[in-house]
Design a protein around this ligand. Structure first.
Ligand SMILES: Nc1nc2c(c(=O)[nH]1)N[C@H]1C(S)=C(S)[C@@H](COP(=O)(O)OP(=O)(O)OC[C@H]3O[C@@H](n4cnc5c(=O)[nH]c(N)nc54)[C@H](O)[C@@H]3O)O[C@H]1N2
Ligand SMILES: Nc1nc2c(c(=O)[nH]1)N[C@H]1C(S)=C(S)[C@@H](COP(=O)(O)OP(=O)(O)OC[C@H]3O[C@@H](n4cnc5c(=O)[nH]c(N)nc54)[C@H](O)[C@@H]3O)O[C@H]1N2
Ligand code: SF4
Ligand SMILES: [Mo]
Length: 683
């Protein structure tokens, strides 16, 4: 929190956190040093809480590892030379191999203005269909399931403060005590039921902890719903009045009797019963999912099974009850609405919808036929790089896929096969270190832009400090490249937002009534907000769902095992996730001293019985191998994890060498949360 740069005047600026989707409100005081204090006028953290990452975020602005000059093959180079070089190479590669030879990879941390501009840049200036982003690795399974059930994906279709009034909240695969600590304040009233293979800090506080084997949540949800039906706990009036398709689901449940589910999941029947009875007895209840149940090759169906459970209990679309997905990245919600996704146009429109194409092409001043069709999903895109018929150039904005993509050694090989890799970042991430050209950009408090938090509330993140000399904003970089390719793109955030409003008009995520003035003035505006006088929509499903007939759809789904199951060679489950002190690939937080002190290194968490069997003592370096690669880290021995499972955080390069890129057929989400591994003491 000490400042490297000093500021002449003492001022405070209201803004929001650089990291996760809770987008806690904070005030940045600039004077001799930069200070961060929590705001109490932002509902997400009105309690005045921030997590350790939020408290220490000022170091992002002041620490010495900041990039301040473009790099060409690792050497500092002037901006004009770097931009000219990239534009010339892109033109050559396009001329030789066609427009799809250039690919773009975006991020859910980018502001709405950036995500929108990146999608437009790909389709209009580059003419490529090859764009996707890291949100594919994040909440895409929940998004696909929500669209299937409700006709729309707004992570939480209710304000986060509604949770406090519930009697029971089921958290399936979410460790909010570490991933969104201030969120836990909203759960102080309700009884929490936590589903997690580990007894996490969240599970420890819970009223009930169900501890299934990784990758078996779909069976668990079917078992819970089976019990709801068997015990006569279905909200029949709600099902009749607000849903369709229940009979088919009811029939499909017959074979998921609780004892069978206990054998698959390891969760005792009496605990399932406890959970179901508590949920059914509650006047108000919520079912929430996180990455633990979503990051699987069957993530969409697993979320669907939890949505079916919520529907049978009559929760979604009722004031004080509901289903929600806990979006992860700072702008994970807005970032999935405005066109950086392979199959999408702004306003959460489909790129294969002729009416959507006509509308957006009109705003962009191009012919609808000139817009490319859908491209490859994130992992498929990374895996195609440099292969025959695949992209030959990649531009990365706001992601560090060398660390965060599954089967990362394979991805590293693909990146190495490119003719051109360009990375825009604030620091020299592992991916940037391999790039031909790196553009240093402004971040968070150095620029203005809107973010849409996990509630679907559009917020303004204001510029609070001067950026260091030598950096430009992502919007400026894109506009400069577009100009060299013959297109004029706006680069001022407000101007971009006004264009986004028009492009989103009439779409599911309609921002047309949201203005900078409105989000500057208050606690943000919930989309959809189709007109300037419209109040915004905190709870979009109260009267009807966004399906053609207004009813929520039950969809029958069946359990299947993980893509890779333990066997003789690889006898254990590996699951992966997060710790409190680090964020994502760690590119930002591994450079912040107090966070490094709090969590200095990766680890392998394993049960004492397993450790004893393998002759592993606390702190021993352990080798973990899968069919795709191996990694080493010190052992952390804890009975919080199942005997058949080891856990590793993914904030350091290495763990994703092990993970399985098996993809969900609908969401194209990789199976980050379960693969088969062998664990040995590294002698
Ligand atoms: N500290 C911190 N906070 C963050 C982030 C961060 O990197 N660090 N990232 C942000 C982002 S982008 C996201 S997406 C969110 C993610 O937030 P969460 O979803 O809460 O985070 P994870 O740790 O990935 O996974 C949650 C839990 O899933 C459990 N799990 C693993 N496998 C399974 C399984 O098969 N079934 C079930 N039921 N559970 C399983 C893990 O043990 C873990 O405790 O966090 C956001 N907040
Ligand atoms: N094994 C395993 N792997 C996982 C997961 C898991 O649970 N297990 N979770 C997945 C999930 S949910 C996610 S969201 C991904 C995230 O993984 P990544 O996509 O790698 O996310 P970050 O580490 O946040 O990378 C963001 C990068 O953008 C930079 N940056 C920050 N602000 C800006 C900006 O304004 N502009 C630009 N151009 N750059 C900026 C940061 O310095 C950083 O290098 O990881 C996925 N990978
Ligand atoms: S919970 Fe999320 S938004 Fe709040 S301070 Fe921590 S990282 Fe920032
Ligand atoms: Mo995420």
């Amino acid at each position: 929190m000490t400042a490297g740069r000093t500021h002449k005047t003492d001022k405070t600026h209201k803004t929001h956190c650089p990291y996760c989707a809770l987008q806690c409100g904070m005030e940045i005081g600039t004077g001799r040093e930069i200070r961060i204090t929590p705001r109490t006028d932002v509902p997400a953290n009105a309690s005045g809480a921030l997590c350790q990452k939020g408290w220490t975020a000022a170091e992002l602005l002041t620490n010495g590892s900041r990039l301040t000059t473009p790099l060409l093959h690792g050497e500092p180079v002037a901006w004009e030379a770097a931009l000219d070089h990239v534009a010339a190479r892109l033109s050559e590669i396009r001329a030789e191999h066609g427009p799809d030879a250039v690919a773009v990879f975006g991020g859910g941390g980018l502001t709405n203005e950036k995500a929108y501009t990146l999608g437009k840049f790909a389709r209009v200036a580059l003419g490529t269909s090859q764009i996707d982003y890291n949100g594919r690795f994040c909440m895409s399974s929940a998004a696909a399931a929500s669209i299937r059930a409700f006709g729309m994906d707004r992570g939480l279709p209710f304000p986060v403060t509604d949770l406090a009034g519930a009697d029971v909240v089921l958290l399936a695969g979410a460790n909010v005590a570490e991933t969104m600590p201030p969120f836990v304040r909203h759960l102080e009233g309700p009884r929490a039921i936590v589903v997690d293979p580990r007894r996490t800090p969240t599970a420890r506080r819970a009223w009930l902890h169900l501890q299934p084997a990784p990758g078996t949540d779909l069976a668990l949800a079917l078992g819970l719903l089976h019990l709801v039906v068997a015990e006569g706990l279905v909200d029949e009036a709600y099902v009749a009045g607000r849903t369709s398709g229940f009979e088919e689901v009811r029939t499909s449940l017959a074979s998921w009797w609780p004892e069978r589910v206990e054998r698959i999941t390891g969760v005792p029947v009496y605990r399932m019963r406890q959970a179901v009875r508590a949920l059914a007895a509650a006047g108000r209840a919520y079912v929430l999912t996180g990455r633990g149940v979503e990051q699987h090759a069957k993530g969409t169906d697993t979320v669907t099974a939890f949505v079916n459970l919520a529907l049978a209990l009559g929760l979604p679309g009722r004031h004080g009850s509901g289903y929600g997905c806990l979006t992860g990245q700072g702008n994970g919600q807005g970032g999935r609405e405005h066109g950086q996704k392979a199959d999408q146009l702004p306003g959460y429109r489909r790129i294969d919808d002729p009416a959507a194409r006509a509308h957006v092409a009109g705003v962009w001043g191009v012919a609808p036929e000139s817009l490319p069709g859908p491209g490859r999903s994130a992992y498929e895109l990374l895996d195609a790089l440099g292969t025959p018929g695949g992209p030959r150039a990649l531009l990365v904005f706001g992601s560090n896929p060398l660390v965060s993509a599954p089967a990362s050694e394979r991805v590293a090989g693909r990146l190495a096969g490119l003719d051109l890799l360009v990375v825009c970042d604030v620091v020299l991430s592992e991916t940037a270190a391999r790039a031909d050209v790196v553009f240093p950009v402004t971040q968070w408090a150095e620029e203005t832009g809107t973010m849409t938090n996990l509630e679907g509330r559009v917020l303004l993140r204001r510029r609070a400090v001067e950026p260091p000399d030598g950096v430009r904003s992502d919007l400026e970089v894109i506009a400069e490249l577009a100009a060299r390719l013959g297109h004029r793109f706006p680069s001022r955030p407000r101007e971009v937002f006004d264009e986004l409003r028009r492009a989103s008009a009439g779409g599911a995520a309609d921002y047309s009534g949201i203005t900078y003035e409105r989000v500057e003035a208050g606690p943000g505006v919930f989309w959809p907000c189709p007109e300037p006088g419209h109040p915004g929509t905190p709870r979009p499903f109260l009267d009807r769902f966004a399906t053609p007939d207004g009813r929520a759809r039950f969809v029958p789904v069946g359990h299947r095992p993980p893509a890779e199951e333990p066997d003789e060679d690889y006898p254990l489950h590996l699951t992966t996730g997060r710790v409190l002190a680090h964020y994502q690939s760690g590119a930002q937080t591994r450079r912040i001293a107090p966070l490094v002190r709090a969590a200095p290194e990766p680890f392998v968490e394993l049960h004492p019985d397993l450790a004893e069997r393998l002759g592993i003592r606390p702190g021993d370096v352990v080798r973990v191998s899968s069919r795709r690669g191996e990694d080493r880290a010190p052992a952390r021995i804890s009975d919080a994890v199942r005997r058949d499972t080891v856990f590793m955080p993914f904030h350091w390069e290495g763990v994703n060498r092990l993970t399985n890129p098996a993809l969900d057929p609908m969401s194209r989400m990789p199976e980050f949360k379960v693969c088969a591994v062998r664990v040995e003491r590294d002698s």
